[in-house]
Ligand binder design. Structure first.
Ligand code: FAD
Length: 282
């Protein structure tokens, strides 16, 4: 006996989309990119066929709970993935950016911010080679429009991996003004991009003033006609920025990609908060 692992969802043309069960993987290397940003490469035969089609996509990471060597995973059934019956505690499942994938070695990089208390942050803090976990996806609806010439990009530490994928995917005809809000100078990392980039690091003005610096940057942003805006950070901060750009600056909704990556005080924040419920003009 099993129980469904996730509600059925609709694919294109209304057909139910067949979710695949998570792929079991093992940690193959761990390194610190910055004191609070851990790069974890995972690998395994189960990554055969994994593919990254668009920057800023997301995966689900399944982590064992304390006391387990490997997460309990949904199994494949004719109706889609389902949890096996039994008393074993289910894994902590969290949303992360697939930072890089190497099909030849079937290895995938995920970069975890060590933000403090939370199963994923705590797992990453002590991650070691051989640790077992699982990944599912990728998902996400962002499609890169290579004809866009100007990008205004803003994010906090949790969005650093996604910003990295976006900058690497921009064409050399594009320019990007990038604003990153972090706790302090230790959090700064290098990015590479074919595009012309101008990166500004903002240090959070108070430990819980999430997104205040990004909000201020948005208020003085020069957003070119036909340009695109991409913002990912704490959910309430994202909404304030989105609201301002739509109402205060008349940026068309079609030029805005905004995502709440986490919300202060909420564990396991959903992966599909685009802030579009907030205002008319979505
Ligand atoms: C599409 C998408 C892509 C993402 N990609 C990445 C990524 O590549 N790397 C990454 O590190 N994160 C990423 N995140 C954010 C990540 O999913 C959350 O930070 C998640 O809450 C971490 O899980 P946790 O178990 O550590 O904490 P949870 O159990 O979810 O939360 C515990 C507590 O920590 C707080 N918290 C959560 N995140 C933060 C934070 N960033 N800063 C301060 N407090 C926080 C919560 O509000 C809660 O009070 C992404 C989120 C989305 C939606």
């Amino acid at each position: 006996m099993t129980s469904p692992a996730s509600p059925a969802s609709s694919g294109r043309e209304g057909r139910p989309r067949r979710r695949k069960p998570p792929r079991p993987v093992e940690v193959v290397s761990v390194s610190r990119i910055a004191p609070r940003l851990v790069s974890v490469w995972v690998g395994g035969d189960a990554l055969e066929g994994f593919q990254l089609d668009a920057p800023t996509s997301h995966i689900k990471v399944y982590l064992p709970v304390p006391g387990q060597d490997a997460p309990v995973l949904p199994v494949d059934t004719p109706d889609g993935p389902a949890w096996p019956d039994g008393d074993a505690p289910r894994p902590a499942v969290r949303t992360y950016t697939p930072r890089r994938f190497d099909p030849a070695s079937r290895t995938l990089e995920v970069q975890f911010l060590l933000h403090g208390a939370g199963p994923a942050s705590e797992w990453a803090e002590r991650a070691g080679v051989g640790d077992r976990l699982a990944v599912a996806g990728p998902g996400g609806r962002f499609m890169m429009d290579s004809s866009v010439e100007h990008w205004w990009i803003a994010g906090d530490e949790s969005a650093i991996p996604a910003v990295g994928t976006l900058l690497e995917a921009l064409p050399d005809t594009a320019s990007a003004e990038v604003h990153l809000e972090v706790a302090g100078a230790d959090d700064e990392i290098e990015f590479s991009s074919p595009a012309k980039t101008a990166i500004t690091w903002h240090y959070r003005r108070a430990p819980d003033a999430w997104g205040a610096e990004l909000d201020e940057a948005a208020r003085s942003a020069a957003i070119a006609d036909g340009g695109m805006v991409w913002v990912a950070c704490e959910a309430a901060a994202m909404r304030a920025i989105r609201r301002y750009l739509l109402a205060g600056r008349r940026v068309p909704a079609s030029s805005l990609v905004t995502r709440g990556y986490w919300r202060a005080g909420d564990a396991n924040y959903p992966d599909h908060d685009y802030g579009e419920d907030d205002l008319p003009g979505r």
